[in-house]
Ligand binder design. Structure first.
Ligand code: ADP
Length: 403
């Protein structure tokens, strides 16, 4: 195994898997550290954790366990994958987990580059841009769990780590000049070639950490060239969209998918009535169409809900509701699930008891279909990070599976 990856959420893991498959690697993806796998039969193993917003100690413990497992399986290098918008809080968990993995691998330095040029995430002079806006001016400033109000990644990382933080600027990377001698290195990247230059120079020398795109040059560098897997046979056609992301892009995608029957979850009603009204509604619609069930809302409404229920409780309540609904739908014959939201996807996979997926072709950059076996037969899951996918993502997804 060339590479062992640890991802801080489930959609981040599928994003990484999709890009590595595109780049020519065979990818096995595990949700959590697998208890029953003796040997990984793949070029890359990814362990998806759900630790982005966990307390720091718990995130460190989970990531260390995952890293140790991957090294034991023969991973030549580790890769720490987080969001391309560097989602974290002043406590962590990006920096503290990197420091724990450095201890595990013996690396003295860790390099950080969340850039994903194809999806409009770029880092220039250490500042992260989302499309044409600085991170702190992008919709990420309103994220329900990890609002990002600072664009300088050096400033974001500094309070999270005990070691020094330096910047490896684009001009220096292009000129092949050595990275700074700090324990932590933020690296610029605006174009895909910049990521290739980083990997060419730093592969094996430092602990690589980043978004999914930084890993993409790795299969080429180690000369992997596997063709993309096809859709497995026998997957039922009944479909559903479950959306827990409040990102601007997911809300646009919901707008564009107007033709499907839709149910908007009211979190305050959910807190008192549970999922039965939603389930009753779905049963009246199914099995004819791909329904949409969503809690996604605008920032003002989300804050109003959080003020009433508490931020964590509101998030957990909605995640549990969508997970419980997915379980009932699986028993009722749904076999194609599109899930919007990183935390939401984690909750749905855990509820469905899916522990291992095969990564297939991408629907759009960073969002592949994945395939799993369940006690009710094979299923397809598209796990979408809130910000990812074009406006017609939901239609594109179902079309991609049929075509
Ligand atoms: P993203 O990928 O956009 O970050 P996530 O699923 O990771 O999406 O995070 C969104 C969080 O917001 C989840 O915990 C979800 O349960 C919560 N959430 C969704 N809708 C609402 C709402 N209407 N009010 C409050 N919280 C919400």
């Amino acid at each position: 195994m060339i590479l062992g990856c640890i991802a801080d959420d489930f959609t981040g893991a599928t994003d990484l898997g999709g890009l590595l498959v595109r780049a020519g690697a065979r990818v096995a993806l595990y949700f959590g550290v697998p208890a029953d796998v003796k040997e990984v039969d793949a070029d890359v193993a990814i362990i998806a954790l759900k630790c982005r917003t966990e307390p720091v100690d718990s995130a460190i413990q989970q990531a260390t366990e995952a890293g140790a497992w991957l090294l034991k399986q023969g991973a030549e290098q580790l890769y720490w994958k987080y969001c391309s918008t560097f989602d974290s809080t002043p406590q962590g968990n990006i920096g503290p987990v990197a420091e724990a993995l450095m201890e595990l691998t013996g690396h003295k330095q860790a390099l950080y580059c969340p850039a994903f040029p194809e999806n409009g995430r770029s880092v220039f002079k250490g500042h992260l841009f989302v499309l044409d806006e600085l991170l702190s001016e992008s919709p990420m400033r309103h994220h329900p769990l990890t609002p990002m109000t600072e664009s300088s990644l050096v400033k974001v990382l500094e309070p999270q780590v005990s070691g020094s933080v330096g910047l490896w600027q684009r001009a220096a990377i292009k000129a092949g000049q050595q990275w700074p001698d700090t324990a932590h290195i933020i690296a610029d990247a605006v174009e895909f070639d910049d990521l290739g230059s980083i990997v060419d120079q730093a592969w094996g020398e430092v602990l690589l950490t980043g978004g999914s795109a930084l890993a993409m040059p790795i299969p080429g560098r180690v000369q992997l060239n596997t063709t993309t897997p096809v859709v497995p046979e026998g997957i039922g056609t009944q479909s559903v969209v479950l959306a827990g992301s409040c990102s601007a892009q997911t809300r646009r995608q919901l707008q564009s998918y107007q033709h499907a029957p839709r149910y908007k979850i009211n979190p305050l009603e959910l807190a008192t009535s549970g999922i039965e009204p939603i389930w009753d509604w779905w049963q009246q619609q199914a099995p004819t169409s791909a329904c949409v069930i969503y809690a996604s809302d605008n920032p003002a409404s989300v804050i109003a809900v959080q003020n009433q229920l508490g931020t964590e409780r509101a998030g957990a309540l909605i995640e549990k509701a969508l997970g419980d609904l997915a379980v009932r739908m699986l028993s009722a014959g749904v076999a194609r699930f599109v899930v919007a939201g990183g935390e939401t996807s984690g909750a749905v996979c855990k509820a469905l008891n899916v522990s291992h997926v095969q990564v297939g072709q991408e629907i759009s950059p960073g969002v592949p279909w994945t395939f799993a076996q369940t006690e009710h037969g094979p299923i397809a899951l598209a796990l979408k990070s809130g910000n990812f996918g074009g406006d017609n993502f939901f239609s594109d997804a179902f079309r991609g599976l049929n075509g």
